[in-house]
Design a binder for this molecule. Structure first.
Ligand code: ADP
Ligand code: SF4
Length: 673
């Protein structure tokens, strides 16, 4: 322990019959891997334990086929094959002295059961969460007895697989919370009506779980203390207090959060600061003697310490910060907290779950790649030659490539046209709510400054002859992208009809906007909505038009779409959905509207097209066509424009694979032959 100031974070914590070696608790989070990728899951969780998380939790783990989220990736403990698969994760976690927590899960009306084809269940009968078609039938007494049996059997299996902590999961709109909440429980029997009755199922689930684990595992209760549905649901200053009082000493651990929808709990940085759940969960510790864990995108050791000292939490829960930096606890322990790769709260990791694909992260290019590519977040193979490398462009791709190549021991020169490093991050982090995004630059810049084998040249706009004269063995072009002006985007495959005297703007070109501003969004991620917010806050009259049926439609994947739409409405921005740009004339644009046979015309002072981006690859092309030039590669947006996460990944992958003669293999898990 090099950092006595943070000693408190490294105290062991007793949780029922087990002891967490420190206060760092990786709360359950989805990996997009689930039961189909047990080796990849085990490697990912093992790395978390290696990085110092005293408790490492699984993702949601189904107790029975009537809780089936297919094609989304969930774990399961339905049979002995599942036990064997989970045991691999338990071994990987135990190898580093950490505890494994298994989040047993029944989703109730949140599951379509498309794989199992079991009928979905709910407390009182209602529509399926994912629009059905179909409904989740109301559970009778026999169903409740069966559910308790499934929970007990799954808890037994979890124990046999090697779990140290087993969950009862009454959060995130899943079945036990559906029973707790007056919003979804309309029963009139012993499991509905009064709060004591609505709490009965959770109480019984804790009891059967405790019996099943026979004193060898702790029993955790994960509960939403506020559904953010106002008085219609559970609130932290209303029924949640009474529920905690009723169950206070029953679980060995309280894992508390703000949910209902998952997006409330894992709110992006655009809509919540660090420790944003504190005021909601603070009361719990006052009502129980059992340890309490909670989350809040904690990345600062000072904030973590404050959570313990001010009596809010006993254990520092983290999902996203542990994804962005699996070695966060180890870095604090070793006095290297300046090297923490802080989560930026962009929720690209959430999109992995929502798209049913393996986990990825903007800050951490190695997450999800531990098994399939053999990447470790701290270790990288040493250089294989004395080649000197010149990287042109210090955006996310160039910075990450320079850092990873530098860490391999290569001599690297990084040339950047601007005075400041960061590329597109300089613009994007100035948008409302996105200031944390500059951490992608800051982390890399800080580590680069420690590397004596990397030289950074600012205000160095290089042309092809400069590059040839420089004499590097390998040139990497990372010169980024620019926004399109022709209207081609997601919905338009051909250029829009744009009159010669019509002035169109893009996010690259926003100076001196005149009159009412019309933003046309056919990219559908954050830029269109964030720009609308920024311009409105600057005092412009703003109209936002999108080709899609929802504002900033892809932000559904980052659990932000509802928040974005609400914010734009609150700001008085006029919103039009399902309009596809056809033509732009001076001060006038024409759209095809999905719900009308006639085109729609709108007037504007300035129009900003947020449609698609084109690679800035002139330099690459010029160098690549000249055989006398050094070897040249292109990475990031300069090769294929995409989210920042993809640019970071591209920079890292280039560095890993550079000079490597080994065939690049993407390992995949396959069913038994
Ligand atoms: P990516 O996301 O792929 O990293 P960015 O657009 O964020 O791409 O960053 C590209 C960077 O490259 C910008 O900082 C830009 O100033 C820089 N750049 C572009 N052309 C040159 C050049 N000819 N010489 C040096 N730097 C350049
Ligand atoms: Fe944090 Fe974004 Fe990484 Fe998720 S993807 S862990 S929000 S940096």
């Amino acid at each position: 322990m090099n950092q006595p100031r943070y000693q408190k974070l490294f105290e062991p914590v007793r949780i029922g019959p087990v002891t967490a070696p420190n206060r760092f608790y990786q709360t359950p989070h989805a990996t997009g891997m689930g039961w189909r990728m047990p080796k990849a899951s085990a490697a990912l969780r093992g790395i978390k334990a290696e990085g110092g998380w005293g408790v490492v939790s699984t993702e949601y783990c189904s107790i029975h086929p009537s809780s089936d989220d297919f094609p989304f990736a969930y774990l399961s403990l339905w049979d002995e094959d599942d036990v064997r698969a989970l045991a691999v994760t338990a071994d990987a976690v135990h190898e580093h002295g950490s505890l494994l927590a298994v989040e047993l899960w029944h989703g109730g009306f949140h599951c379509n059961n498309r794989l199992s084809r079991d009928a979905a269940v709910s407390p009182s009968g209602q529509g399926l969460h994912l629009l059905g078609p179909g409904s989740a039938r109301a559970m009778d007494k026999a169903d409740i007895r069966a559910l308790l049996g499934w929970q007990a059997e799954a808890a037994t299996r979890a124990r046999r697989a090697g779990a140290d902590i087993v969950y009862v999961y009454a959060g995130h709109d899943y079945l036990p919370l559906q029973f707790l909440s007056p919003r979804t429980n309309r029963r009139s029997d012993a499991y509905g009506g009064s709060l004591a009755n609505r709490t009965r199922l959770v109480r019984e689930m804790i009891e059967v779980t405790r019996e099943a684990v026979q004193g060898t595992c702790a029993v955790a209760l994960r509960m939403s203390v506020d559904e953010l549905h106002g008085p219609a649901g559970i609130t932290h200053d209303g029924e949640a207090r009474e529920i905690v009082e009723l169950l206070a000493e029953l679980p060995d651990l309280w894992d508390v959060n703000v949910s209902g929808a998952l997006g409330n709990d894992s709110k992006s940085a655009r809509f919540s600061p660090e420790a944003f759940q504190e005021s909601y969960v603070r009361f719990v510790k006052g009502l129980t003697s059992k340890p309490v864990v909670g989350v809040g995108r904690f990345t600062s050791p000072e904030t973590m310490l404050a959570q313990i000292r001010n009596g809010t939490l006993d254990l520092i829960g983290a999902a996203r910060p542990s994804i962005a930096d699996p070695f966060l606890p180890a870095k604090i322990r070793d006095g290297r907290e300046d090297e923490i790769r802080e989560c930026i709260g962009c929720n690209i990791c959430r999109s992995a779950n929502n798209e049913a694909v393996p986990l990825r992260c903007t800050q951490n290019p190695t997450i999800g790649e531990e098994w399939r590519r053999g990447w470790h977040p701290l270790r990288i193979p040493a250089r294989a030659s004395d080649k000197r490398i010149l990287i042109v462009g210090a955006g996310p791709a160039g910075l990450e490539a320079a850092l990873a190549l530098g860490q391999r021991g290569y001599e690297v020169a990084l040339a950047e046209r601007g005075r400041e490093l960061g590329g597109r991050l300089l613009h994007d982090s100035a948008l409302p709510g996105l200031s944390t995004w500059i951490r992608v630059r800051d982390h890399r810049q800080h580590l680069l400054e420690k590397l004596s084998n990397v030289s950074i040249y600012r205000e160095s706009a290089l042309a092809a002859p400069d590059i040839r004269d420089f004499g590097a063995d390998q040139v990497v072009i990372a010169t980024g992208s620019r926004w399109r002006r022709d209207g081609i985007g997601t919905a338009r495959e051909q250029p829009a009809l744009i009159d010669a005297d019509a002035v169109t703007r893009t996010p690259d070109d926003l100076d001196n906007l005149q009159g009412p501003v019309l933003i046309y969004d056919d990219e559908n991620y954050y830029m269109g909505g964030a720009l609308a917010e920024q311009l409105r806050r600057e005092g412009h009259d703003v109209t936002y038009v999108t080709s899609q049926p929802a504002v900033s439609a892809w932000t559904q994947m980052t659990d932000e779409q509802g928040f974005v739409q609400q914010r734009l409405l609150d700001l008085g921005i006029r919103l039009f959905v399902s309009h596809i740009l056809q033509a732009v004339a001076k001060g006038r644009a024409t759209f095809g509207y999905a719900l009308s046979a006639s085109p729609v015309t709108m007037t504007f002072g300035s129009i900003v097209l947020v449609t698609g981006r084109l690679p800035v690859d002139d330099l690459y092309r010029e160098l690549a066509q000249n055989e006398a030039a050094p070897a040249v590669a292109r990475i990031g947006d300069c090769f294929s424009p995409g989210p920042v996460a993809d640019a970071v990944y591209a920079g890292h992958r280039f560095a890993r694979e550079f000079d490597s003669s080994a065939a690049v293999v993407l390992r995949r898990e396959r069913p038994d032959p």
